[in-house]
Design a protein around this ligand. Structure first.
Ligand code: FMN
Ligand code: SF4
Ligand code: SF4
Length: 343
């Protein structure tokens, strides 16, 4: 049987899990063609007998990069598909979301499974180290093996449920639409940066730009996937989360929203005079939503470039902004993991 195994991995857990699945299937005599999901990846040309999709869970959903790739898949015509995720202990509805996406492409989802590996969200929390890390990798491998057994037997796996699955999914949608962009904007490279360029080369969403010159520092643009590859793999641990940038961006977002409402004031008064009351209220509510959504986007893009970045180019301010609670956090990537561009 020919399997297509499509996978994305930020720090190697899912890549390791995907390889383990592929090895087990190859031992059974199947052919497995693996493809790393990048921004530009195209689906493999021939039609497989079975498809496997593997990804890390971010905020209880599949990464946006993976969701976008699924829209490029050819129609499945009922091809059986299996969904596999790695998580840090609770992916909950993530595999269901991916399963629905596959079904919409015409695939028949026959299995969904998760494996709990070490958490890589070093942007916010320290990665596990020592014994804890080893135990977590073992637990992850056990999850992969259970997935393979279920695949061989054709039996479903029980997915872990939370009482607030719907709410988690909603938070995940907000994370994909806005949270990941905001978090990406909190990264800063401190004085330990050697301008090696690894972060910019390996970022899966092309969100890191390294300036020119031997002492250029990276900066984070729009589009971060929140995979935490950069913070975990920087050779000098120079990448950290900057609370100063976070507070400044929140302040700029608030300012943009307040200004937006101020500017909209006269237009709102005009609408009330010109439209029937119900229509004027609806128009005002829609404009309110638009202002609240646009303010933070302006802050993260235009205002960051025009105000914050020039300010943080001042050495003393930059050093201050580079101070971070994550500096001492242990980093994490699966042992031996190399981002695809470094193979
Ligand atoms: C931004 C972000 C969000 C995450 N959200 C979740 C989550 O909702 N549930 C969970 O159990 N683990 C979560 N994790 C942990 C990862 O899913 C987990 O460490 C995964 O195995 C990483 O896979 P990778 O090494 O292939 O990138 C999150 C990690 C990151 C970076
Ligand atoms: S990987 Fe680290 S040291 Fe290299 S350019 Fe990026 S921040 Fe600087
Ligand atoms: S900026 Fe860092 S966390 Fe964001 S997508 Fe790129 S490598 Fe991943």
């Amino acid at each position: 049987m020919l399997y297509h195994l499509y996978y994305f991995s930020g720090t190697g857990n899912t890549e390791h899990g995907a390889r383990r699945i592929a090895e087990a299937l190859e031992k059974d005599g199947h052919e497995v063609r693996m493809l790393y999901i990048s921004r530009t990846a195209r689906p493999l040309p021939e039609r497989p007998d079975r498809l496997i999709l593997a990804f890390p869970t971010y905020s209880w959903r599949p990464p946006v990069l993976v969701a976008r790739f699924l829209t490029r898949l050819p129609r499945g015509g009922g091809t059986p598909a299996a969904v596999f995720t790695t998580d840090g202990g609770g992916s909950f509805g993530s595999v269901d979301v991916a399963g629905r996406m596959l079904r919409r492409r015409g695939y028949r989802v026959v299995l969904k499974g998760a494996a709990h590996y070490p958490v890589n969200w070093v942007e916010m929390f320290p990665a596990p180290g020592g014994e804890e890390r080893a135990r977590s990798v073992e637990a992850g491998d056990a999850g992969v093996d259970a997935f393979v057994r279920a695949l061989r037997a054709g039996t479903p796996l029980q997915r872990e449920r939370s009482k607030i699955d719907g709410l988690l999914d909603f938070v995940g949608i907000l994370f994909g639409a806005f949270g990941r962009h905001f978090l990406g904007k909190l990264f800063i490279a401190d004085e330990d940066c050697t301008s090696c360029g690894l972060c910019a080369r390996t970022c899966p969403s092309g969100a890191i730009v390294l300036g020119k010159g031997p002492t250029a520092r990276p900066r984070w643009t729009w589009g971060c996937e929140s995979c935490n590859r950069c913070i975990n793999t920087c050779p000098t641990r120079a990448i950290n989360t900057s609370p100063v940038r976070g507070i400044a961006l929140l302040a700029l977002s608030t300012l943009a929203v307040v200004l937006g409402f101020r500017l909209f004031g006269p237009a709102s008064a005009f609408l009330r005079g010109a439209l029937p009351p119900a229509a004027a209220s609806l128009a005002n509510i829609a404009a309110g939503f638009l202002i609240v959504a646009t303010g933070p986007i302006l802050a993260l893009t235009v205002l960051d470039a025009l105000i914050l970045r020039p300010l943080l180019a001042i050495p003393a301010l930059r050093t201050w902004a580079g101070r971070s609670f994550t500096k001492g956090f242990p980093r994490y990537s699966f042992e031996g993991f190399k981002p695809p561009s470094e193979h």
